[in-house]
Write a protein that binds this ligand. Structure first.
Ligand code: RTP
Ligand code: MG
Length: 140
């Protein structure tokens, strides 16, 4: 498998509890390299665009409220098979179903406030990275 990039967000429930470093430690221990990182406060427009695929879901309003409720850390991760590797280390969306040692098992509060986002395909990773990073801010 080739070296790949994926897009990550450390969500407001994690930044609020000062867990950015703890999440990054799990990411780096999994062999993923953080090659871009920025702390931002998402606007409603940014969050609505980012989660456009979920706009018909019942939790959409709650999700946008949550993602704009505090700072997030947006990241570009690089490594072997990075999209799947990061999904594996994140764990299941619902922390009660997440495997031991995963970020969501360790830190997530609930299915909504679940500490991290990771792209679900290489194609979406490229789209999501382009939404938040310019090329000059990614140093591989
Ligand atoms: P993500 O996109 O954040 O990496 O998470 P995911 O693929 O595991 O989950 P997805 O189905 O794409 O859902 C996106 C985010 O929406 C929130 N959610 N809330 N209340 C609910 O039932 C519910 N379901 C999903 C979570 O924050 C989830 O990560
Ligand atoms: Mg998703």
């Amino acid at each position: 498998m080739a070296i790949q990039r994926t897009f990550s967000i450390i969500k407001p429930d994690a930044t609020e509890r000062n867990l950015t470093g703890a999440v990054n430690a799990v990411i780096e221990k999994a062999g993923l390299r953080i090659i871009g990182q920025r702390r931002i406060k998402m606007t409603r427009e940014q969050a609505e665009r980012f989660y456009d695929v979920h706009k018909e879901r019942p939790f959409f309003g709650e999700l946008v409220d949550f993602m704009t409720s505090g700072p997030v850390v947006v990241q570009v991760l690089e490594g072997e098979n990075a999209v799947k590797a990061y999904r594996d280390v994140m764990g299941a969306t619902n922390p009660t179903e997440a495997a031991d040692g995963t970020i969501r098992k360790l830190f997530a509060k609930s299915i909504g406030e679940n500490s991290v986002h990771g792209s679900d395909s290489e194609e979406n990773a490229a789209i999501e990275i382009a939404q938040f990073f310019s090329l000059a801010d990614i140093v591989g």
